[in-house]
Write a protein of this length. Structure first.
Length: 248
């Protein structure tokens, strides 16, 4: 395989991961020492910092599509002209970007991105909707999460969690967005043909809410319990599950 093709594949892998909104895939496509700079603003340095940068928009988005208008690759460097499209609360927000991508040949991951974009104009349009999402009540966030559980889509189920969130279940704690998404990955398999029925979301205050639930199947009630959620800046930061009896 040619060097140019390997570079293009590494860049495309990152773009596909971003469109999937699956932070696990984004993490895998980035080099551990990745740098992302929206020129002329300061760069986010290191994969954890880049993940924070990207999660701030990906986790809020209902859908993401980055349309590549033109691209060119030479060696370990790619130039990609794009229209980055994000759907937030059902409305599309698009921004034109020109990105320079550098790929690490040893790991075939993206090591550096320099994006040339009019952030002032973009922020003027998108900041109000991001602020509205960040000020959502626990009741609203938990209700959206429960709707996502109904889709049985692991990425949708994980989207309302903070990067450092904790999901505490009786037999294990799942720490961080990626671990929580891994847990949600196995939920549809465990549920099989069973149904999850949620009670009313009960808000203690703006940041805390709980909900009772039960899982039923052909054999009747399989399991039941209650989830308590803490929501900070519009994202679930802690969830504790208590069971009435055995797990499902």
């Amino acid at each position: 395989m040619s060097e140019d093709l390997r570079t293009r594949q590494a860049i495309d892998r990152l773009l596909v991961a971003i469109e999937s909104r699956d932070l696990r895939a984004v993490h895998a496509a980035l080099h551990p020492n990745a740098i992302w700079q929206n020129v002329p603003h300061p760069a986010s340095e290191g994969r954890p910092a880049v993940m924070v940068l990207l999660a701030n928009i990906l986790c809020w988005s209902d859908q993401v599509r980055w349309d590549v208008i033109s691209s060119s690759v030479d060696g370990h460097v790619g130039w990609y002209e794009r229209i980055d499209r994000f759907w937030l609360r059902g409305e599309e927000y698009a921004v034109h970007c020109n990105g320079v991508f550098k790929v690490d040949p040893d790991t075939n991951t993206v090591r550096e991105v320099r994006d040339y974009v009019d952030l002032g104009e973009w922020r003027a349009r998108v900041t109000p909707v991001l602020q509205s999402l960040a000020t959502r009540s626990a009741e609203e966030v938990v209700s959206q999460h429960l709707s996502a559980v109904g889709t049985r889509d692991p990425v949708a189920m994980a989207s309302d969690y903070a990067l450092d969130a904790v999901l505490a279940r009786p037999n294990a704690d799942h720490t961080g967005w990626c671990e929580i998404a891994d847990y949600f990955e196995i939920v549809p398999v465990r549920l099989k043909d069973r149904e999850v029925v949620f009670g009313e979301v009960e808000a203690t205050d703006h940041h805390v809410a709980g909900v009772a639930w039960e899982i039923t199947g052909a054999e009747g009630r399989v399991a039941s319990g209650r989830d308590e959620f803490v929501v900070t800046e519009g994202r679930i930061t802690h969830q504790r599950t208590s069971l009435d009896s055995g797990d499902f």
